[in-house]
Design a protein around this ligand. Structure first.
Ligand code: HEC
Length: 489
């Protein structure tokens, strides 16, 4: 799995003139001379990440916005002790995080916040545990199962995989569905757990920042990788799953995974213009990056959201509206704060040099991924690009197909049968022409793909719009402008 790139201060000396080592660049504004090839970074005051209080509750965030990880330090529960400063228990509030071993994650972090970090819906167990399972009489097995359950209890996985948490709804596997909950986990899920199916796109903390829990070698966080793998491999064997079969399971992460390898296009109407204004055109941004050309696409926190080669990054607080239109390169407009560089101004941009502009409407929803030459005209946005920027939706972390917005349409009379044409393939941007039959008049397309399928929206209010076997995928829980749609089984 990808290792954490420390978000240390990257001082990019574009010319000998620019303040670098040892000098505080914020003191050099104004008096500094720059070559004609450089454009000075704004001299406005900059808000850095350390200057803002993170959003720590769903109530203070805008609806449907992904709440970024933060550290929660609390007093230990009566009878427990904490290993953190002042005897507190300090826990990262993030899907891939864990609290101290032996403790219960929901006691020390907000599962409501964690639930914003991935679209959530209840999914049935892969199979129902049996009361007469012979393994119940096998103390060695039961000891290991109990140990594994404890390991999971310390993890944020509990927020969606533990029926004792929040509303009690779980996504397939449930660590409190007895007697042997492991049966609720699917075979592909087991391949993820054991670490044979790739789930690196979903992010991981280094063990030393996660109370000793590692998620890089096993998909499930553990303080003892060998013991966890031994137990899970025995389960694979019992189910008759070979190592080869487990390795053949495609990488997890849906669009989060595919976004990582999405190529950048040439900018049209977007980029940083020659006067140092970032042009977003129709795109909205909660995360905005200016990078060296060729830099990897950013992925999820905590270890993939700041690729090496990121020159400048600003984030918008989950409580504030996304960035839109234009803004000065190097500035932090209201609601935003600078993440990179962590404590100094953005490096000056050089005329004639190639850069990559990357923006996310929200985590998992890239809205700009393009290259431009600084100092040259950015051209103008073509209507199709503007539409793509506005509509390139998708949900992060979803394991089945995640869907972007296509066109909705009315239903012309004629060739439509009463059931509609659910599942019929359709093309992005074709709007009404491909999905003419109500109620399946919505073309749902995976981000980055050109083809999707016809389906219906509005299933949250009226679940009966979906054909039997289809589920309702509530994208609006993730981003307000996306609609709940019927998801193919
Ligand atoms: C915010 C909610 C949420 C959190 C937190 C969460 N999951 Fe899930 N997970 C789901 C939902 C919903 C499903 C069921 C639907 C699906 O398969 O996507 C699921 C399904 C799964 C599956 C089954 C996939 C399959 O193909 O059968 C695995 C494995 C899994 N999760 C692993 C994890 C692990 C490991 C963690 C903790 C590191 C975790 N999940 C944390 C929501 C969550």
């Amino acid at each position: 799995m990808t290792k954490l790139t420390p978000p240390g201060i990257v001082c990019v000396c574009v010319a000998a003139l620019q303040a670098c080592d040892g000098e505080d660049p914020s003191n050099t504004q104004g008096g500094e001379t720059r070559s004609a090839d450089q454009v000075a970074v704004t001299s406005e005051a900059i808000r850095y990440r350390k200057d803002v209080a993170p959003v720590t509750s769903v109530q203070s965030a805008l609806p449907g916005v992904w709440i970024p990880p933060y550290e929660d330090c609390r007093d230990p529960k009566p009878g427990e002790t904490g290993q953190g400063p002042g005897g507190k228990v300090c826990t990262n509030v993030m899907i891939s995080a864990c609290t101290e071993p032996g403790k219960y994650y929901p006691d020390y972090a907000s599962c409501e916040v964690v639930r914003t970090q991935r679209p959530f819906w209840a999914a049935p167990p892969a199979s129902v545990p049996r009361e007469d399972d012979p393994r119940l009489g096998d103390p060695a097995f039961m000891t290991e199962l109990q140990w594994m359950t404890q390991q999971l209890e310390a993890s944020a996985c509990t927020c969606c995989h533990d029926s004792q948490v929040l509303d009690g709804r779980v996504g397939q596997w449930d660590i409190h569905r007895g007697p042997i909950w492991l049966d609720t986990l699917s075979d592909t899920g087991l391949a993820l757990f054991v670490g044979l199916a790739d789930s690196s796109a979903l992010g991981a903390y280094p063990a030393e920042q996660n109370h000793g829990f590692d998620r890089e070698r096993t998909g499930v966080p553990t303080t003892d990788t060998e013991r966890m793998q031994r137990f899970l491999r025995a389960e694979m064997q019992r189910r008759g799953i070979s190592e080869e079969q487990a390795r053949a399971v495609p990488p997890f992460g849906g669009p989060i995974y595919t976004n990582l390898s999405m190529p950048s296009v040439e900018c049209a109407g977007q980029g940083v213009d020659s006067s140092g204004r970032v042009q977003l055109a129709a795109a909205k941004a909660r995360y905005l990056y200016v990078m060296q050309e060729g830099t990897k696409n950013p992925g999820v926190a905590p270890n993939m959201d700041l690729p090496e080669g990121t020159l400048w990054r600003i984030d918008v607080l989950a409580s504030a509206a996304p960035l839109a239109g234009e803004l000065a390169y190097g500035s932090t407009p209201e609601g935003s704060f600078q993440v990179q560089p962590a404590a100094e101004r953005a490096p000056a941009m050089e005329r004639g040099k190639r850069y990559k502009l990357y923006a996310l409407t929200d985590v998992g929803l890239p809205s700009i991924n393009c290259n431009f030459t600084f100092g040259e005209s950015l051209g103008s946005a073509t209507p199709s690009m503007a539409a793509a920027a506005a509509g390139s939706g998708g949900a992060p972390w979803g394991y089945p197909g995640e869907l972007g917005a296509g066109g909705a349409a009315g239903s012309p009379a004629g060739s439509c049968d009463a059931a509609g044409e659910f599942g019929k393939s359709c093309k992005d941007g074709q709007g009404s022409s491909d999905c003419p039959c109500a109620p399946a008049s919505y073309c749902a397309v995976m981000p980055g793909q050109t083809e999707g399928y016809c389906t219906a929206t509005g299933c949250k209010e009226d679940p009966s719009v979906c054909p039997s076997g289809w589920s309702c995928f509530d994208l609006s829980a993730f981003s307000p402008e996306l609609k709940p749609i019927c998801l193919k089984p």
